[in-house]
Design a protein. Structure first.
Length: 146
């Protein structure tokens, strides 16, 4: 049993994004752009200090949601990272279930995926690449071109 107090709070982009971005960078990953993170983000705190975060996208036409971008504070003990992630995923699964979302998908790195298998998550597909693109091109400058 953990000797630490874990609490959850909602992600606050104004105060949390820089911290989260730093965590991703230290882990050698690129932080998702702030504009694509959904409103439902949760930060896990251990003994009052942020230690992990997770976001939930919810489809508006079928009962499928996506838990995305799990990240932990660098240099945590493995047990602390696992406890924080367990708290986050437990909350998100309960939230999803209570809102009629019976299916949750997750895209994550292999070590977290192996850990999530303990909680019933299964590898669905392999050899996929996660990509992001824009749907609206930036407006071009139609001013005088000399």
């Amino acid at each position: 049993m953990s000797k630490h107090l874990y609490q959850l709070r909602f992600y606050d982009p104004e105060n949390d994004y820089a911290m989260i971005s730093d965590w991703f960078a230290v882990h050698g990953a690129k932080c998702p752009p702030e504009q694509i993170l959904p409103k439902l983000g949760v930060v896990c705190e251990m003994d009052g200090q942020p230690v992990a975060a997770l976001w939930l996208y919810m489809d508006n036409s079928v009962g499928v949601c996506w838990a995305e971008y799990p990240v932990t504070r660098p240099k945590l003990k493995l047990s602390q990272s696992r406890d924080a992630l367990q708290n986050l995923f437990t909350y998100m699964r309960r939230f999803a279930a209570s809102n009629a979302y019976p299916i949750m998908r997750v895209t994550t790195i292999a070590p977290i995926a192996r850990y999530l298998e303990r909680f019933g998550f299964k590898t669905e597909m392999t050899d996929l690449v996660s990509m992001v693109g824009i749907t609206i091109e930036p407006e071009e400058d139609h001013g005088n071109r000399g």
